[in-house]
Design a protein around this ligand. Structure first.
Ligand code: DX5
Ligand code: ZN
Length: 227
């Protein structure tokens, strides 16, 4: 599966109810979603610790969704082989967390997974300039990473638009743009309009009725495609 520019909703299970995680992932598949966003946090790169390989391995046994693993971890290259064993499909690393970003992306690809490069809100797009040939997706953080439920930083809208232009101008129109943080019914159109095509949503999917929330996003995507 290539990422490309199709619109996708990637619910972040950081906001799921872990007592019934399997059931909530079943709802995602029943509603026709293809992606799940998996936030791994180490308590060093970001303030919080979330979950790691044992959880990913466990949910892989029951799920056929595309596993988009967001590594909010210092030097994530250390975990490449383990992530492959756990069934990750795409590994997204933070440019700020890798001394050797190019080598890290090469290793992820060599292990047979797709690559993502995540940028914190304050990180400029130019860090991508010499790794685009090894990048399947760029993740624009629209909050400072570490917690679900934060508000979208509106200044990121022009960063998303600048990235879409940069990728087109550089001859990489197929690189996906994922946006993560504060995406909900009030911000979804702004994010789509700027040129993002993979939208992560945590609290906006898992608060109250999961199926109903997913349908709201799907309806918005359809309306966006029509206009
Ligand atoms: C934040 C994580 C996000 C988070 C998004 O550091 O990377 O994926 O779960 O949560 P919401 O959608 O609630 O902002
Ligand atoms: Zn994330």
């Amino acid at each position: 599966m290539s990422v490309g520019r199709e619109l996708k909703l990637a619910p972040s299970i950081l906001s799921a109810d872990f007592n019934i995680l399997g059931q909530q992932m079943d709802i995602m598949a029943e509603e026709g979603l293809e992606w799940v966003h998996i936030d791994v946090m180490d308590g060093a790169f970001v303030p919080q610790i979330s979950f790691g390989m044992p959880v990913i391995k466990s949910i892989r046994k029951k799920s056929r969704l595309f596993f988009d693993v967001h590594m909010m971890v210092e030097e994530p290259a250390r975990f490449t082989d383990m992530l492959k064993d756990c069934g990750a499909d795409l590994v997204c690393v933070h440019a700020e967390a890798c001394v050797h970003l190019d080598r890290t992306l090469q290793a992820i690809k060599a292990a047979g997974m797709m690559t993502g490069v995540a940028l914190n809100p304050a990180t400029p797009l130019c860090v991508l300039d010499y790794v685009l040939d090894k990048t399947d997706m760029v993740l624009i953080m629209s909050v400072n990473p570490g917690f679900g439920g934060q508000s979208y930083i509106h200044g990121m809208t022009k960063k998303i638009a600048a990235l879409r232009k940069k990728l087109d101008d550089a001859g990489y129109p197929g690189i996906a743009i994922e946006v993560d943080g504060g995406v909900n019914k009030d911000t979804v159109n702004e994010v789509l309009g700027a040129g993002a095509n993979v939208l992560v949503a945590g609290s906006a999917v898992f608060k109250n009725d999961v199926a109903e929330n997913i349908r709201m996003f799907q309806k918005t995507f359809e309306e966006f495609k029509r206009n």
